[in-house]
Ligand binder design. Sequence first.
Ligand code: IMP
Ligand code: MG
Length: 178
Amino acid sequence: MENVKIKDKEFALFIPEAKILEQIGRVAEEINRDLADKNPLFVCVLNGAFMFAADLMKRVDIPSEISFVKLSSYKGTTSTGKLKELIGLQEDIEGRSVVIVEDIVDTGHTMVSVIEQLKQKNPSDVRVATLLYKPNALKVELKLEYVAMEIPNDFILGYGLDYDGYGRNLSDIYKIVD
Ligand code: IMP
Ligand code: MG
């Protein structure tokens, strides 16, 4: 499938599944090497990271657990806009190595907020594994330990990422046609 139409917009094939899986394999190897004796807890940020988390975890071969969280809107706002609350984490992460599993880092505001909220629970360390990273869109200081692919500032979808809720089921990543 070279082009797809999702709702009112047209998208063109950008990163085929084979390339995605190859880069996820590389990230998994890095994690297996770095965290071999750390018993990490992977924290998958739903909804966007569900496919990445599944393919990543199939390639992680060290003792580890995975949990799933979501972001819900706070009542208040900050200078950076809506502050979102991390919900659904049941595990006690005190003293634990945590790896956030995220679909995409764009401005970075979401990731900074997720890291801050997790750090309030006193983990021993927090790392980020993101499928995609748009370096030219980053607006905050942020360390990303594991990045599967860097991409330009175009809107993309597929492989878990959506446009208005649709397109998450696509196994390849598509870029908007303008
Ligand atoms: P940030 O807070 O600006 O880094 O935004 C991160 C969130 O915006 C991601 O978790 C996605 O849900 C969403 N997002 C950013 N860029 C895209 C895109 O190109 N396609 C789909 N969702 C995106
Ligand atoms: Mg996300």
